[in-house]
Design a protein around this ligand. Structure first.
Ligand code: ADP
Ligand code: MG
Ligand code: MG
Length: 248
């Protein structure tokens, strides 16, 4: 089975067709760049995949299992992780506490009330490992609100790692990141992918997409316009046409 499959996914809200017949299979271990003009439906597609929005047509499969009607928290336990366009850290908690919470959610299960101290230790260990993987072990004890923006993005990726997802959705990981931080965050995403994880990444920085993606999918007006190698997609006249005169 592909790690993630969309089969004829559609979403109508009122009279508007937000997503239309999206068919996409993402093999395990792929880093798929998702591009397209603003308003194309990229974030909405991620919301459908993660369970925030139910599609009005089609199916979503995670490792072959139909998860179309599965609620967000169960999808997370089934191995789906995501970041958002805006930051989701608890500023008053330390970096380690933020990451530990993500690890605990996976280890303890959302409905577990009785937790043994052993489980707590395991969550701390996993959180420290995840911080090490993104190169932020030295920030563990600091309050999250005091971090630089680029570091916050790395902590969010550490939170993903700690939750051990098999499929990861990154929505504009470079949004708001200063150009000086782009190379370091690119490297963290590369590592995330090297760990054998399947990654879908919406990103407007084309040099980041082309530097990381093994394949690129192009969304336009809620449809999947094309998918293929970065070279093939960028040379596709339909894709070039879609970008003419549109802001990204
Ligand atoms: P992208 O991430 O590609 O910029 P979005 O997925 O955010 O695009 O939006 C796709 C389209 O769907 C836009 O035209 C947006 O206005 C519309 N849209 C998104 N969410 C809703 C909603 N809950 N209700 C109505 N329209 C929506
Ligand atoms: Mg947008
Ligand atoms: Mg978006």
């Amino acid at each position: 089975h592909p790690a993630l499959a969309l089969e004829g996914v559609g979403l109508r809200i009122g009279g508007a067709r937000i997503l239309d017949g999206v068919d996409l299979a993402v093999p395990s271990g792929e880093l798929l760049g998702v591009i397209g003009p603003n308003g194309a439906g990229k974030t909405t597609l991620f919301n459908v995949v993660s369970g925030l929005i139910a599609p009005t047509a089609g199916r979503v499969r995670l490792n072959g299992d139909d998860v179309t009607r599965m609620p967000v928290h169960r999808r997370a336990v089934a191995g789906l992780g995501r970041t958002f366009q805006t930051s989701s850290l608890f500023g008053a908690l330390t970096v380690l506490e933020n990451v530990r919470q993500a690890a605990q959610a996976r280890l303890g299960g959302a409905s577990s009330v009785l937790r043994r101290p052993r489980g707590a230790d395991a969550a701390t260990t996993r959180a420290r490992e995840a911080l090490e993987e993104v190169g932020l072990a030295h920030r563990a004890g600091q309050q999250a609100s005091g971090l630089a923006h680029g570091e916050k993005r790395k902590v969010e990726i550490a939170m993903l790692i700690a939750a051990e997802p098999s499929v990861i959705l990154l929505d504009e990981p470079m949004a708001g990141v200063g150009s000086g931080d782009v190379p370091a965050i690119t490297e963290v995403i590369r590592q995330l992918h090297r760990g054998g994880r399947t990654v879908l990444m919406v990103e407007h920085h084309m040099e980041v997409v082309l530097g990381l993606a093994t394949r690129v999918a192009v969304m336009h007006h809620g449809e999947l316009l094309a998918a293929g190698t970065p070279e093939d997609v960028m040379a596709n006249p339909t894709v070039q046409q879609a970008y003419l005169g549109e802001a990204v």
